[in-house]
Structures are given as C-alpha cells and as structure tokens.
Design a protein around this ligand. Structure first.
Ligand code: GRF
Length: 204
C-alpha cells in the first residue's frame, strides 16, 4: 500500500512508521510515498528528508480561503496516489474536498480516549477533568473533529505527579503507546484490508 503521512510538528509518529517499514520493507505491507505538512521548517519534514521521502508543504496563508487550501492539500496528496493517508500530529482540520477524496482511508491519531477530550488539548483537558486513565485513539477521519470511527485505542494510567507539569510527561507516556499503536494499525490496515460499517471498523 502507498501511504502519505501528514505532519505539523516533531514527527515522532512519522519516525516510528519510517523505522518499522525500514526494519521489514516487504513484511510491513506499505511504504511512505510522501510526507506533507501545513508549515515549513519542522522536524517532521527533516525526518522525511533524512529518509529520502519526497515532501510537500501546503500553508493556509498561501491560499485565498480555507476551502482553497483544502483543495490544494487534496491535490498535493492525490498526486502521490495514496491508498491510505495518515495524519500523524497534523494540527489542521481538513475540509470537504479532502474528505471527498480520502474519506474512509484517512487515519488520525489522537492523544486521548475518544470520544472523551477531542480537540487540540486532549492531554491537558483529560488532566483538568481528573481522569485516572487516558490514552490514545487511532480512528478514521470524518467531518467531525476527532469523531470518526475508532480503529484502536491504547490506555495510559495517570499519575499524581502528572499534575505538576501541565501534562508534558503524561503526553510523552501517551506518545510511546501511540507510536506502537499507530504502527500496528497502519500495518494491519495495509496488509489485511478493512471494512467500515457505521461506526464499526473490522480489520480483515
Ligand atoms: C501526538 O500525540 C498526536 O496525537 C498529537 O500530537 C502528537 C504528535 O507528535 N496530535 P509527533 O509530531 O508525531 O511527535
């Protein structure tokens, strides 16, 4: 399968995919054909370049409207003919055009146990609520924010000391679980194929 990975930041999830594929290129069942970003000069793009993967940048401010940006992102992504698109810390909500082309094959990872704590501050919001367990969710993207059908989740326990640093250490522990989960899910989707029936996802 051909993967396009979208990033906005440090790209450690991207790196986990790069490493898993490099460790067993034939066995993994997918390769990253391009990495896209909504901003330049980020570590995620450097990681792609270091791995010899083509990159593209699509910035909102270079397009007249949000819809024009969305169409340009869809076009740039489609140019690489992906079977699956992975949002790995991509911090933008895509629009209608992108979903029309990639709905049902656009995977996102979120650092909380959805449907609790969607949005950009999942870790902080979970702490603010006083939860005792949180984690991460890998799901298909639909029109809602962090709302599409759930593929897999991982659990992380909250510790008392997590309240002392605004969730920084907790987010790091979540990301360890998240990277393993994302690599596992993307590999299985690519190798086995899947069905989405309503909200239920079955990997075949
Ligand atoms: C992940 O926790 C992702 O779920 C969140 O931002 C983080 C991205 O980390 N939205 P990285 O860029 O893959 O290191």
């Amino acid at each position: 399968a051909r993967l396009v990975v979208l990033v906005s930041g440090s790209g450690t999830n991207l790196q986990a995919l790069i490493d898993a594929i490099a460790a067993d290129p034939a066995g993994f069942g997918a390769r990253i054909v391009a990495v896209g970003a909504d901003r330049d000069s980020i570590v995620g793009l450097e990681r792609a370049e270091r791995a010899g993967i083509p990159t593209f940048v699509c910035r909102v401010r270079d397009h007249g409207t949000r819809a024009a940006w969305d169409a340009a992102l869809a076009e740039a992504t489609a140019a690489h003919e992906p079977d699956l698109v992975v949002s790995a810390g991509f911090m933008k909500i895509v629009g209608k055009e992108f979903l029309a082309r990639f709905g049902g094959r656009f995977v996102n990872t979120h650092p909380a146990l959805l449907p609790s704590f969607p949005g950009a501050h999942g870790v902080r919001d979970a702490l603010a609520h006083g939860v005792k367990v949180t984690g991460c969710t890998v799901h298909f993207v639909d029109e809602g924010v962090d709302e599409g059908p759930i593929i897999a989740q991982g659990v992380v326990e909250v510790r008392d000391e997590d309240y002392s640093d605004d969730g920084v250490a907790l987010h790091e522990r979540i990301k360890e679980v998240e990277r393993r989960l994302l690599v596992d899910v993307v590999g299985r989707l690519a190798r086995h194929g899947y069905r989405i029936e309503g909200r239920k996802v079955t990997i075949q």
